[in-house]
Design a protein around this ligand. Sequence first.
Ligand SMILES: [Fe+2]
Length: 423
Amino acid sequence: MAIELNQIWEFPIKEFHPFPRALIGVGAHDILGVEAKKLGFKRSLLVTTGLRGSGIIEELKGKIEYQGVDVVLFDEVESNPKDYNVMDAAARYQAEKCDSIISIGGGSAHDAAKGARMVIAHDGRNINEFEGFAKSTNKEAPPHIAVSTTAGTGSETSWAYVITDTSDMDKPHKWVAFDELSICTLAIDDPLLYYSCPQHFTAFCGFDVLAHGSEPFVSRLDFAPSLGNALYAIELVAKNLREATFERNNLAARTGMMNAQYIAAQAFNSGGLGIIHSISHAVSAFFDSHHGLNNAIALPRVWEYNLPSRYEHYARIATALGVDTTGMTTVQAADAAVEEAIRLSKDVGIPDNFSQVKVSSYEKNQMNTGKYEGRGDTIPGDEKTVRAISEHIQDDWCTPGNPREVTVESMIPVVDHCINGSY
Ligand SMILES: [Fe+2]
């Protein structure tokens, strides 16, 4: 029987995906308007969730307009951006005859903006047609400056974006796309804008960074140029997340986390992700809960699940997390990595499991249409929900990167522990 080469040797040829130009550091946001003008922007669609109460949008809008660039505000992006957010943004861009996009916020704003650019580049095609790898067929999309106000997503520098398909609410689907056409023109990561990020979001987003660092480090892709960045990002999270969470104005910690976000995204951009993200996407698809929070709850469970296939890698992660592994066996050190991640999550106030997470007000959610048993104020842990999440994981484009094989049956105890178990 003939055996295909890829059955014995996965990912033999690695592919590097480029990053955009970036301005990183205190004060970078100040030159947003100058940069927009330099790039030739005349009329920009400003895509955001609104960041109400922070004053950031008003301030940055002023800086852009001061340089003679018109701003059309689109502040209707929801958390876990929905397909209709993307289509509305694209329609607004066309109706207002914009020539460029500026997104300000975290992953939701950047991903919605990237999605809108894909739609604009493809004559208004539905965004849900672009799930997966490199689905674009056109070469040009509107130019885009992405300005971060959180330290988590890395979307400002990556070729990934994530959208929730709401077209069939009997089967809600949160999908990921990787596409070079979606890459921004310029990323701006200024720790000063991250000062306004509330305590709980700082913690949640920090665990998104930890997922972005750890997943490429253990990935099947085994992309060598990513491994150093992945470990360093983990180290930065371990050193800075507690202070960034609890000391709002700690510049060193905010800067450390901003750097960690950027570096971790550079790692996963070509190094791949895994089932922390697949679980996270599934839970968001059904319950619209925060991506970083989902990652934080899934992370130690997934590390435990993956341990047998990557003991040495997790032992090195333990060291990056600051554990003194002197005298430990590789297995003990790997176990210590999981313990340390759990400690960090408890320290920054991550809930034990999804049964403690309130379902958000996602109006089109199955929970609210009564299609799920055990519905209530928090995410239910009944068998049907566990299976639905385990099945959603199978179709996620992050799953193939996971080091250990994944099936519906192998995911059921992991997902069950995410919802009902505790450490
Ligand atoms: Fe993520």
